[in-house]
Design a protein around this ligand. Structure first.
Ligand code: NAD
Length: 367
């Protein structure tokens, strides 16, 4: 008889094609009629279309959302929202505008709706990451959960295939860590497995044919599930590594996830058999770590942290930071192991084979 704790989600999710056309009804359903649209400078066109769909309910657009949610940008957006008398925020885009919407909700209480256009999954989580003077902090705040998420597959058709590939691997990383999360939430396990199946099938199809609407829909479905996993259960070593690398060396978010994931899977494999079996079902092949590594290569994702701008001299510093704060992982984490993992990820080497010495209680893979 197993025991577990499951936290349900309160966010309304609308999924499909053309669903953005119902955005005004969704704003009205929340009792709002003065929406502020937020986006990055690169997505003003899609945000403009959403503003048009909002009609008189759209009061203004703030187009300066930035990766990692700098507090200075949030303060500017909050002042702007107050100046225009906004009563809700509608984020159009990926994790950057959605992060801004959450930061605004945390300061103003304004309800937040989003039309996600990447697979990062932030729209389904109570996690707020913010940057202040170069330092990124991340908190779980139930009050920043979105009220409504409108997934419209059409909005993802413009996501370039190389960005779709790494964003999809970012989503797969949420699913992988949900499979071995502390507490073993069975619903999260089911969602994570389904997310991996969907993304494993869809990402190569998108890279082959970026106009494949069916594949775009399957990838977005997988991203929703993976994001829900991220919002439901705690993450482990992989997310810790990516958080430190992103915050310390300003590495690009999704690409960093793509590079690091096979190495963390290899590290955790000896301590997470059911998770590894489920990854193997989604990606059959030479063991889950190697299968993800080869999959990432096939869809054109980068494989080396050095190609993302990480200096070799940063490996030791990163290993220190990663082990500094205690956090849960299925396999105990020590500095030497993390350093070896980072060295391989930095150089673009394949993950260590999960050939394990059975007499070693830590499950350390053989070198
Ligand atoms: P992003 O939102 O910065 O988007 C990446 C780039 O792609 C941007 O230039 C954007 O304009 C462009 N883009 C997005 N969708 C597009 C589309 N459909 N067509 C064309 N261009 C498009 O990146 P992201 O990877 O979605 O999010 C990364 C950020 O989200 C990071 O700051 C990360 O920390 C955060 N994040 C937070 C959580 C959370 O739960 N708090 C989860 C995942 C990511």
């Amino acid at each position: 008889m197993r025991s577990f704790v499951h936290r349900g989600q309160i966010t309304k999710v609308v999924f499909g094609t053309g669903t953005r056309k119902g955005i005004a009804d969704e704003v009205r359903a929340l009792g709002c009629d003065r929406a502020l649209v937020v986006c990055t400078p690169g997505q003003t066109q899609q945000a403009g279309e959403v503003s048009e769909l909002l009609g008189p309910l759209g009061v203004a657009t703030f187009d300066q959302a930035t990766a990692h949610t700098p507090i200075a940008v949030t303060n500017k957006a909050v002042d702007f929202a107050r100046a225009v008398g906004a009563d809700c925020v509608v984020a159009v885009g990926g994790g950057s505008p959605i992060g801004l919407g959450k930061a605004m909700t945390s300061r103003t209480g304004l309800p937040h709706l989003a039309l996600p256009t990447t697979y990062a999954g932030s729209e389904m989580t109570p996690i707020l990451g913010e940057t202040h003077e170069g330092t990124k902090t991340t908190r779980r705040l139930p009050q920043v959960l979105l009220k409504t998420v409108v997934y419209d597959v059409d909005l993802t058709l413009t996501l370039p295939p190389d960005v779709a590939a790494v964003s999809g691997l970012n989503a797969m990383a949420h699913a992988v860590e949900a499979l071995y999360a502390q507490g073993q939430d069975p619903l999260a396990f089911l969602m994570a497995g389904e997310a991996l199946d969907a993304l494993a099938a869809a990402l190569p199809a998108i890279v082959r044919d970026p106009a494949d609407q069916e594949a775009r829909g399957t990838a977005l479905y997988g991203a929703w599930l993976a994001g829900t996993c991220l919002g439901t259960v705690g993450m482990a070593l992989h997310h810790k590594v990516c958080h430190v690398l992103g915050g310390t060396f300003d590495l690009p978010h999704a690409k960093t996830h793509a590079v690091v994931l096979p190495h963390v899977i290899a590290y955790n494999a000896p301590a997470a058999s059911p998770a590894m079996a489920r990854i193997g079902k989604a990606l059959p092949g030479p063991g889950p770590a190697r299968a993800i590594f080869e999959f990432a290569g096939r869809i054109g994702a980068p494989s080396a942290l050095r190609d993302l701008g990480m200096p070799a001299s940063g490996i030791r510093e990163a290993a220190d930071l990663i082990v500094r704060d205690g956090y849960w992982n299925p396999r105990p984490v020590d500095q030497d192991a993390v350093r070896v993992l980072l060295e391989r990820a930095w150089a673009g080497e394949p993950p260590l084979s999960a050939s394990v010495d059975p007499s070693d209680p830590t499950g350390a893979p053989r070198a």
